[in-house]
Design a binder for this molecule. Structure first.
Ligand SMILES: Nc1nc2c(ncn2[C@@H]2O[C@H](COP(=O)(O)OP(=O)(O)OP(=O)(O)O)[C@@H](O)[C@H]2O)c(=O)[nH]1
Ligand code: SF4
Ligand SMILES: [Mg+2]
Length: 610
């Protein structure tokens, strides 16, 4: 997929930056944010020639800003010779398209701008792919909208290819996305396995140096570990994490991680695109929130609050954070004043000032790290304090250790896997097996045989699996579609990248996400943890997800806690655990291996005492 160039018609970009300020009483914070936007824009070599700010509680539907402000944009374009509008706010596709049409000018938002910067800084394959995937995800609705507008315009004249081009473009887009996601998954699998190995086998505590871009994370990492990773004043120099060991004292050797930087108002979708960095931050024992002490006080305050909030969102509780202010060499007396100026005691988080460049107080920093590591080792957080990610990770490890060797490594051909999955809905494994074997003996497991057989014959064969009327209907519908659409060979769907295969299967009526996932897992070992009622119940009792969470959120929560090579075993082990211990009625809390990380028994006791 071609990406939009940032050079405007071959000319140097001259941008007007725009913001809709939704807090009308804010007279200073928006300035910090606009200044950050300006710095990001300028880091791309784009000249900022003007600024437009509007105050309003809510955005307007059509252009995000009001139509009066759109007039102002047009005027500024002429007067300042601008050829680009860059919005601080994240725009909806329709708003971007409307703005582009009304001003006849290229429009991007901060999300796209950040991706552009990432793109310029990316040097490794995984980062490049992640950026491409994030870009496509953001562009997809816009391109669809643009294509549909063009298609509608084409229709009155029935111009050749109108409809074909529109649908062809959409299909191409979704194929492109699937392929990139598949490649990302492969690379992630290799890398995440290495990370888990490092963590589990070496057993060193992990200390992640996180924080805002340009704070000096890599500089500090280099000084502490003797490494020579790239340092620069350009934003987002580091995109993929780096790891190095460091001996601190005879009791403490830690693994330091240098990772991607944060920015103010970081879009959660952007963090999600960098899953490995997320995994690094989440699975660390201690996270350093690094800040640049030369930032103005208001900026520092905003960054502390935003940093703690982001870390919480990622799954890092306050108890695991250390705040470090870097670049003390530039403001040598600041350490005496900031405690009061920033009311640091309010946060209840240990803090320290250092200079990575001039090696000021780096020993003090190491001592603080060692002290926190020891404190957390002796005072592990209880169930309520544990982040949902840590709970998922612990649950995965314990359940897999409790139920090893469940996976016999048996794989069924695609159609057989699909049939077996349909039969297994809401029934036990022995009943599924009986029904499956009878269907094989009496009719034969092939789409043609099932399509030709009478309803009564299928019902008779699969009776033991229960819900036989519904299941017969599904099996016959699935068989018919496979014959009509895929010439009787469903194998071609299973060979597609996982997301595409899943989408195609779910287009068939009667096949939902769970059936698609189970069939793919047990036929081609796709990397997925299908969620059945046991797996959902356990996730909700452990509070890995919210109580009203849907299928995808539950699947993501379990998958986050395990490496892809263990997904199949995990699916099987969780079902067994749900059947034997964490049962729907009378769960066996007292014999449960997850008792000390599970908030559910206390919650129930509390509810009962009300
Ligand atoms: N004066 C001073 N400058 C520093 C110090 N630490 C880092 N810098 C400078 O700050 C800039 C950013 O440093 P990096 O170490 O690349 O910062 P980072 O946090 O890794 O940045 P990203 O990877 O872009 O997120 C560089 O120009 C460094 O030379 C310090 O202690 N004192
Ligand atoms: S403690 Fe009880 S609710 Fe929690 S996982 Fe174990 S059995 Fe389930
Ligand atoms: Mg860096």
């Amino acid at each position: 997929m071609e990406r939009q160039p940032l050079l405007i018609d071959g000319n140097k970009a001259r941008a007007v930056i725009c913001m809709l300020k939704t807090n009308v009483h804010d007279h200073s914070v928006f300035r910090v944010k606009l200044d950050e936007l300006r710095a990001l824009v300028e880091s791309l070599g784009i000249e900022v020639v003007g600024e437009v700010v509007q105050s309003r509680y809510r955005p307007f539907a059509k252009y995000h800003i009001g139509s009066g402000k759109v007039h102002e944009l047009r005027r500024k374009k002429r007067r300042l010779d601008a050829n680009l509008f860059i919005f601080y706010n994240i725009l909806r596709s329709s708003q971007k398209l409307n703005l582009m049409r009304a001003t006849d000018t290229e429009v991007i938002d901060r999300y796209e701008l950040t991706l552009e910067i990432f793109d310029q800084m990316a040097s490794d394959n995984l980062s490049k792919l992640q950026i491409q995937a994030a870009r496509l995800e953001k562009q997809a609705p816009f391109l669809k909208l643009q294509a549909s507008v063009n298609y509608r315009h084409d229709r009155p004249f029935f111009r050749a290819g109108g409809e074909y081009a529109f649908h062809g473009q959409l299909r191409e887009l979704s194929r492109g996305q699937s392929r990139i996601n598949e490649e990302i998954e492969k690379l992630m699998e290799e890398k995440s396995q290495r990370i888990w190995k490092r963590k589990n086998e070496l057993g060193y505590p992990i200390v992640c140096i996180a924080g805002f871009y340009n704070a000096g994370k890599t500089s500090l990492f280099n000084i502490l570990t003797g490494d020579t990773k790239l340092v620069s004043a350009r934003p987002f120099t580091t995109l993929s994490s780096k790891y190095q060991r460091r001996f601190i004292d005879y009791e403490t050797t830690v693994l330091f991680i240098d990772t991607i930087g944060f920015m103010l108002d970081l879009d959660p979708r952007l963090i999600q695109s960098f899953k490995l960095n997320l995994l690094d931050i989440r699975s660390s024992d201690v996270v350093v929130l690094l800040l640049d002490i030369t930032d103005p006080l208001l900026t520092l305050q905003l960054k502390i609050i935003e940093g703690i909030r982001l870390l919480k969102e990622i799954g890092v509780p306050r108890s695991r954070i250390i705040i470090a202010f870097n670049k003390l060499d530039k403001m040598p007396d600041a350490d005496k004043e900031i405690e009061e100026q920033l009311s640091l005691d309010v946060y209840g988080i240990p803090w320290i000032c250092v200079s990575a460049e001039k090696k000021i107080n780096t020993q003090g920093f190491l001592e603080l790290v060692a002290e926190r590591v020891k404190y957390l080792r002796e005072n592990p957080p209880d169930a309520v304090e544990l982040s949902s990610f840590s709970r998922a990770e612990t649950a995965v490890n314990r359940v897999l250790a409790e139920y090893p060797d469940l996976d016999a490594g048996l794989y069924l051909p695609p159609f057989n896997s699909l049939v077996r999955t349909v039969l297994s809905q809401n029934t036990s494994s022995p009943n599924t097996a009986t029904a499956y074997n009878r269907l094989a003996d009496q009719i034969g497991i092939s789409p043609y045989n099932i399509d030709e057989a009478s309803d009564e014959a299928v019902i008779d064969a699969i009776r033991t699996s229960g819900m036989y009327n519904q299941k017969t209907k599904t099996l016959k519908a699935v068989s018919k579609i496979i014959i009509e659409k895929y010439g009787g060979d469903i194998g071609q769907i299973f060979e597609l990248p996982f997301n595409e295969a899943r989408d195609r299967l779910m287009e068939i009526s009667g096949i939902g996400p769970k059936t698609a996932d189970v069939s793919l897992l047990f036929s081609v070992n796709s990397h997925v943890v299908p969620v059945d009622r046991h797996i959902e119940r356990i996730a909700k009792r452990l509070e890995l997800v919210e109580q009203k969470a849907g299928y995808e959120a539950i699947r993501a929560a379990w998958q986050d806690g395990a490496t892809p090579d263990r997904f199949r075993e995990l699916h099987l082990a969780l079902i067994k655990f749900g059947r034997e211990v964490c049962t729907a009625r009378n769960p066996k809390h007292d014999d449960c291996i997850l008792r000390n990380i599970c908030p559910y028994p206390e919650k129930i006791a509390e509810d009962n005492s009300k």
